[in-house]
Design a protein around this ligand. Structure first.
Ligand code: AMP
Length: 516
């Protein structure tokens, strides 16, 4: 089934009811949105001459036109390539060239990034700025009927955020995204047509994936007017759009949880905050639960199996009298209803509970493969299982804890050290705001453990002795960092993931920007 079917159906059933909003203002009803989607689809096929299966890249900030363009692409039988809007021009060029995008839909803010690429990239035929005259021309086109798409037809090329290596385009089919959406209803929450989803994080990533089940059910897609959500804005939006859910990276949840505007505020309109995409440290989660109550759900996933591997439900979060509650909260949860999850050794043999190995996933949500990369696809999907590159272990109850990305594993003196456990230990120090641990090549030990620490804004910065003590109280002596660097901020990508590659480059180049 074509995912754009949802928009067409809502256009009939929910006439006059809001489909999109910026802040408190409705920007499109469902019938208007369905009309725009069919017209833009007609414009892409007719005016721009695209054929079924052609790729259309979306490079823009979150805005209603983003969703309209995405569903128009599907309506027309084309493939969407949502590009992280904060990428450097050369990174954008790589994604456009690799995906063979024929058209880019962008906005004023990003037009100057793509404009110059029009001449350079052979396959790129047009850049459409939305809103604007080009977009209006598409809206004025003759609508086309919904294109017939099957489960195996590609819908979304999800270029992985590239914290390691060059980005690859996970090919997500209409069937994969349908499964991810159904699995939201199975494991996270039911959604009704009076509910809403707030796009506070980039639509090219988690927010886009979790937006889908909301569109399926006719909920309103709300875009924060500020573009950078804070506590006061959230409180206002909850009053206007009750039944509201949103996806956020752990850093954003942490920031919001500490926002004084939320203390004592009426949060009854808040349904679910879905967090994930990067580790949430227990100390931060406890603060978030104190602010938001049992409205948090964690997901662990990746572009290759769109945000669907395991999860910690709202009920898991609420069960604080469970004897293993703390362990569970420090992990990533239980396998989602629609997937099988295994932890295996280097030969892909399943490991018993408690032993750490690579996490494998199998199910209908798993990507068809990487776009135009048969070898990488065969490698990632060997034996019929997606090899996530994440290292984790299952407990006796079947809950998964992640240790690390396999590439981040530090081997020092022949011992395996998972940066995550060192980070958890350092985070227990109240003076630490965030931390990232990496390995540095070491002639004696093979690698040595290095920690980059950001101190909380006020109060004295933690000393090396304090940090060492926090580690020694919790983890083996050999795991303790040999070096600590106090820095002003950690380098992160647009999706809130710490760029460990960059930290290693700092070390290799001997240019660590130590805190002032
Ligand atoms: P991406 O495909 O860019 O979303 O990156 C996916 C990767 O992010 C996963 O393979 C994990 O390494 C990491 N990740 C995703 N969700 C979580 C989570 N809940 N906790 C820790 N790491 C996560």
């Amino acid at each position: 089934m074509n995912l754009a079917t949802w928009v067409e159906r809502n256009g009939r059933r929910l006439r006059g009811r809001p489909a999109t909003a910026v802040g408190e203002r409705v920007t499109g009803t469902w019938d208007e949105t369905a009309g725009r989607v069919a017209a833009v689809a007609g414009g892409l096929r007719g005016r721009l001459g695209l054929a079924e299966g052609d790729r259309v890249a979306l490079l823009m900030s979150n805005r209603p036109e983003y969703l309209e363009a995405q569903f128009a692409v599907w309506h027309a039988g084309l493939v969407a390539v949502p590009v992280n809007a904060r990428l450097h021009r050369e990174e954008v060029a790589y994604v456009l060239e690799h995906s063979g995008a024929a058209v880019v839909v962008t906005d004023e803010e990003h037009a100057e990034v793509v404009g110059p690429l029009l001449e350079r990239l052979e396959g790129l035929r047009a850049v459409v700025v939305a809103p604007g005259p080009d977009w209006d021309a598409l809206l004025a086109a003759e609508p086309v009927p919904l294109s017939d798409r099957g489960s195996d037809d590609p819908a979304w090329l999800f270029y992985t955020s590239g914290t390691t290596g060059r980005p690859k385009g996970a090919t997500l089919t209409h069937g994969n995204l349908l499964m991810a959406s159904l699995s939201y209803f199975a494991d996270i929450a039911a959604i009704g047509d009076r509910d809403s989803v707030l796009h506070a994080a980039p639509l090219s990533h988690g927010s886009g994936i979790y937006g889908l089940p909301h569109v399926a059910k006719g909920a309103v897609s709300v875009f924060p007017a500020s573009g950078a959500l804070d506590g006061a804005e959230l409180v206002g939006l909850l009053a206007r759009w009750p039944g509201l859910s949103f996806f956020a990276a752990p850093i954003m949840v942490k920031r919001l949880a500490a926002d004084p505007a939320l203390a004592g505020a009426d949060l009854s309109g808040l349904r679910t905050i879905i967090y994930g995409g990067a580790p949430m440290y227990l100390a931060d989660l406890e603060e978030a639960l104190a602010t938001f109550g049992p409205r948090l759900a964690q997901i662990y996933g990746q572009g290759e199996t769109p945000m669907t591997i395991t999860g910690l439900s709202r009920a898991d979060h609420a069960e604080s009298d469970h004897p293993r509650w703390r362990e569970r909260m420090a992990g990533v949860g239980f396998p989602r209803t629609d997937v099988e999850v295994r932890v295996v050794d280097a030969d892909d043999r399943p490991l018993p509970p408690g032993e750490a190995g690579e996490v494998l996933v199998r199910g209908r949500v798993v990507m068809a493969g990487y776009w135009d990369a048969p070898e990488a696809s065969a490698e990632a999907l060997r034996g019929g299982w997606l090899h996530t590159g994440d290292i984790g272990s299952l407990d006796d109850d079947g809950y998964l804890t992640l240790r690390d990305r396999s590439k981040d594993l530090i081997i020092s003196g022949g011992m395996n050290i998972y940066p995550r456990e060192v980070e958890e230990a350092i985070m227990t120090h109240p003076g630490v705001q965030s931390v990232a641990v990496v390995g540095r090549p070491d002639p004696e030990w093979g690698e040595s453990v290095v920690a980059f620490v950001v101190a909380v804004g006020d109060g004295p910065a933690p000393t090396v002795e304090d940090l060492d003590r926090a580690c020694l109280e919790r983890i083996a002596r050999f795991k303790r960092p040999k070096e600590y660097h106090l820095v002003d901020a950690l380098p992160t990508n647009n999706y809130g993931k710490v760029l460990k590659r960059e930290l290693r480059t700092w070390l290799a180049d001997g240019v660590v920007p130590d805190a002032r």
